[in-house]
Design a protein around this ligand. Structure first.
Ligand SMILES: *[C@@H]1O[C@H](CO)[C@@H](O)[C@H](O)[C@H]1NC(C)=O
Ligand SMILES: *[C@@H]1O[C@H](CO)[C@@H](O)[C@H](O)[C@H]1NC(C)=O
Ligand SMILES: *[C@@H]1O[C@H](CO)[C@@H](O)[C@H](O)[C@H]1NC(C)=O
Ligand SMILES: *[C@@H]1O[C@H](CO)[C@@H](O)[C@H](O)[C@H]1NC(C)=O
Ligand SMILES: *[C@@H]1O[C@H](CO)[C@@H](O)[C@H](O)[C@H]1NC(C)=O
Ligand SMILES: *[C@@H]1O[C@H](CO)[C@@H](O)[C@H](O)[C@H]1NC(C)=O
Ligand SMILES: *[C@@H]1O[C@H](CO)[C@@H](O)[C@H](O)[C@H]1NC(C)=O
Ligand SMILES: *[C@@H]1O[C@H](CO)[C@@H](O)[C@H](O)[C@H]1NC(C)=O
Ligand SMILES: *[C@@H]1O[C@H](CO)[C@@H](O)[C@H](O)[C@H]1NC(C)=O
Length: 720
């Protein structure tokens, strides 16, 4: 089970009462709503300044069509009333469910007017994901006066300032969600925060089962564990990114014995792991301590949390880039024996351990056959040494095995081929050697992603071999697979990403290249000795990023796949002219044709105006704006300035690069992650060895406005 599912399951249980309420159909109310409550809703509507999707269109005093009958507010969109006689408004659900979808802007803009206070019987209030922070940005105090309220969701409203302690008056509240939206991830870094300097109001929420304050600054609310320990009904507690300082307060007795899910990720705990009370919470099914500064031994108490299904104790480098300068990952050692955690399904420990031996770590994993639940093991970036033990074959429930960025040596045991459920195998960036054969794949019928790159591996299989799998992502860079173009790839027709640089291939393109890889969007087969001509039937391929540079490719440039955004065929022996068909590549963002035997000029495409400049101007630009996160980078010579949101894009760039964690990938991959951002262009500018020409397509907008063609002018005869 994945963690969000656990959260939802718990909420579903806890909102049983609410569901009973929700089934009372507003349409059956005969008496109509109370005039006082209708007026309150209409006054609330007054406070809404923008309603692009017309959600509140039904909220009118009279029926459409001019009748004089008073409108029944119980039938208004988002409104529900209690049973037929009383007819009080008990539910108001104006959640912006389209927040993710730019084509359906349904965001309500305005403020939460105090008139709502008249809805005295309100049990359910969901205004999440709307821009209802109003001119003050404050979370209104009067929300603490709904005595019957059981569900309050204000998630994703960009409030700032103090959480009013009045919320603590909601003694019937079961579910409280004041979290920053996860849809707008970058908000976490740029918004002013809601904060609370004193958590005592939480202790008064005596019915609370679910609490999500992700992103609310609780750095000064030192009493938070004690306050929450007064709420024994708590089942789900989420305090991610709350600037919490410590999780080792002394608690006389643990009261929250029903707690099933605890998320304390992205906080600044800087104390030994084992000194925390967290390990006493043996009822937990879900525990997220990712990107917390905890250090030292992971205590054996962890091995006694028998209910645990999901443990995330990873460290995300992206987080350390965003929030704090000091690197806090890789500061723990594994002293816990997890052998008896028979419910454990998901284990994230990436970038957490300072060292470790792979055989010892595998030994301490759950051993619960035949009831083994373990599906995901993430141990990337942990300085792990040693050899993968043959015993790996017993972890038959594994779906994801993630060991990349370690110092694992030796051969990959062929027992890995027994993991029938395995979908994702990440072994890249280690010191593995030896030969991978058919036996390693014998029963891997479910394999979807295989990352073996940056080891010293050889893949040697029978040319007639038919793999039992159909992978979607295959990263083989630096694995020796040659000298023939691997014939078994012909069966891999579902491949989306294939990276096969430095694979020792000394061959021509097979004639099935374009058909087998027709669905691929990312193909990178650079640094081989592939000769002959480019396939001439590539035009209908889906590929967006095509890197075939540094081979021995000769002949002329054929029609290229139409949806290409990035093309690199540099450093080959390609001859002839740049074809007119390049003008049809409407999505293109970067082309590198340098180091070939091309002649002539770039074709004059209609709608293309050759300016986004002499080489010297570009150099000046480079010198004036070193790549330091300066906003000016995105300005001229690009026509569009980077706009106010450029800061967040820069941040996004850094995070993307970091989370990649794959070492010496080419620029192409990084580009792939951030394609479409102006930052890309800025990065290109600083590749000084390149000369960049800018063209502007007058008839296109934004992303496609500018085409960068990277060529080495010196190699183009006819140009001065
Ligand atoms: C609150 O609303 C957000 C956004 O609409 C949603 O993702 C979240 O699940 C809701 N929280 C609860 C506890 O229902
Ligand atoms: C609600 O809480 C506030 C602050 O905690 C308090 O001052 C106020 O008296 C409470 N109101 C009611 C009606 O209990
Ligand atoms: C949280 O608030 C404290 C002051 O109480 C402030 O020093 C800190 O920078 C804030 N944290 C964040 C992430 O904004
Ligand atoms: C445990 O919870 C009860 C009920 O809220 C409370 O009275 C008691 O003080 C709590 N105990 C501790 C140690 O916080
Ligand atoms: C936590 O567990 C330890 C060891 O089992 C025990 O000594 C301690 O009293 C517990 N703490 C609380 C708050 O229950
Ligand atoms: C743990 O929290 C981090 C940061 O909030 C999140 O990215 C990650 O997905 C969570 N892990 C799990 C397993 O839910
Ligand atoms: C891992 O390998 C790198 C490079 O080979 C080396 O510098 C580092 O010391 C090794 N670390 C460990 C823990 O063996
Ligand atoms: C690409 O598709 C077009 C239209 O479906 C077709 O006419 C053309 O022959 C195809 N080209 C190749 C090389 O298959
Ligand atoms: C190119 O992209 C368009 C729009 O995304 C898509 O409809 C079309 O199927 C793509 N063409 C190929 C050959 O993949």
């Amino acid at each position: 089970m994945n963690p969000p599912a656990i959260l939802v399951a718990v909420v579903a249980t806890s909102s049983f009462l609410l569901m009973a309420v929700a089934t009372a159909d507003g349409g059956q109310v005969t008496n109509g709503c109370k005039p006082r409550e209708r007026d309150a809703l209409l006054a609330f509507k007054e406070g809404i300044t923008d309603d692009p999707a017309g959600l509140l269109a039904s909220w009118r005093r009279r029926r459409l069509g001019g009748g004089h009958e008073l409108q029944d507010c119980c039938r208004w969109r988002g409104v529900q009333c209690s049973d037929q006689t009383a007819g009080h408004v008990i539910k108001l659900d104006l959640r912006n469910a389209f927040q993710d979808d730019h084509h359906h802007d349904a965001t309500l803009v305005g403020e939460i007017g105090q008139s709502l206070i008249s809805l005295e019987h309100l049990e359910y209030l969901d205004l999440s994901m709307n821009n209802l922070e109003g001119p003050t940005g404050r979370l209104p105090e009067f929300l603490g006066s709904f005595k019957s309220l059981r569900y309050l969701n204000l998630s994703g409203i960009r409030f700032s300032g103090m959480v009013p302690p009045h919320i603590g008056n909601l003694s019937n509240l079961q579910i409280l969600d004041l979290s920053i939206s996860t849809v707008h991830q970058d908000d976490i870094y740029y918004l002013p925060f809601l904060y609370s300097g004193d958590a005592s109001w939480l202790a008064r929420l005596s019915s609370l089962q679910y609490l999500n304050l992700n992103g609310v600054n609780l750095s000064a609310a030192l009493d938070w564990p004690n306050a929450l320990n007064m709420v024994p009904s708590l089942k789900v507690l989420s305090l991610s990114s709350c600037s919490l300082q410590s999780a080792r307060q002394s608690l006389p007795l643990l009261n929250v014995t029903q707690l099933e899910a605890l998320d304390l990720s992205e906080n600044e705990f800087n104390h030994p792991t084992e000194s925390s009370w967290i390990w006493n919470l043996t009822s937990l099914k879900y525990l997220n301590l990712s990107s917390t500064g905890l250090y030292g031994e992971i205590p054996n108490a962890l091995g006694k949390m028998h209910s645990l299904q999901v443990l995330d104790f990873s460290f995300d480098e992206g987080y350390s880039m965003g929030m704090s300068i000091t690197k806090k990952g890789n500061m723990c050692t594994m002293k816990a024996d997890l052998k008896n955690l028979c419910n454990l399904q998901v284990l994230f420990l990436d970038y957490r351990l300072a060292s470790g031996d792979i055989a010892e770590i595998f030994d301490s994993l759950p051993q619960c056959s035949p009831n083994q639940q373990l599906k995901e093991v993430h141990l990337a970036g942990n300085h792990i040494t040693g050899m993968i033990p043959n015993g790996i074959g017993r972890l038959t429930s594994l779906v994801t095995l993630d060991l990349f960025n370690n110092n694992i040596t030796g051969k990959v045991p062929s027992e890995i081929g027994m993991l029938t459920n395995l979908k994702n195998l990440y072994l890249h960036n280690n010191h593995l050697d030896g030969v991978i054969t058919e036996k390693h794949f014998a029963r891997l019928i479910n394999l979807k992603s295989i990352y073996l790159c940056y080891n010293s591996l050889k893949i040697v299989v029978d040319p007639e071999w038919l793999p039992p799998f159909r992978v979607e992502k295959a990263y083989f860079s630096s694995c020796w697979m040659g000298p023939k173009f691997p014939a078994w790839l012909q069966s891999q027709v579902y491949i989306v990403e294939l990276i096969m640089n430095d694979a020792g291939i000394d061959d021509t393109f097979p004639d099935w290249f374009s058909t087998t890889f027709s669905k691929a969007t990312f193909l990178e087969i650079s640094n081989n000795q592939i000769g002959g001509e480019l396939p001439t039937d590539m035009e209908n391929m889906s590929v967006k990023r095509l890197n075939l540079d540094s081979n021995q490719i000769a002949g002329q440039i054929p029609r290229m796949p139409r949806n290409l955004t990035l093309l690199d065929i540099s450093n080959n022996h390609i001859t002839g002219h740049v074809p007119q068909s390049f003008c049809e590549l409407r999505n293109i963002e970067g082309i590198d044709l340098s180091d070939n035997l091309l002649k002539g000029d770039f074709p004059q495409c209609s709608g293309m105006r050759k300016i986004v400049p002499s080489g010297s101007q570009l150099d000046t630009l480079n010198d004036q704006h070193p790549y330091d996160g300066n906003d000016g980078l995105c300005g001229p010579p690009l026509e569009n300035s980077c706009s106010s949101s450029s800061a967040s894009k820069q941040r996004h760039l850094i995070r993307s690069k970091q989370s990649l964690g794959m070492g010496p990938f080419s620029l192409g991959v990084v580009l792939g992650f951030i394609a479409g951002l102006w930052v890309v262009f800025c990065t290109l500018l600083f590749k000084k060895s390149w000369r960049v020409a800018y063209f502007c397509l007058l008839d296109n907008m934004y992303n496609n406005v500018c085409v960068i063609v990277v060529v080495q002018w010196g190699r183009l005869p006819g140009r001065t």
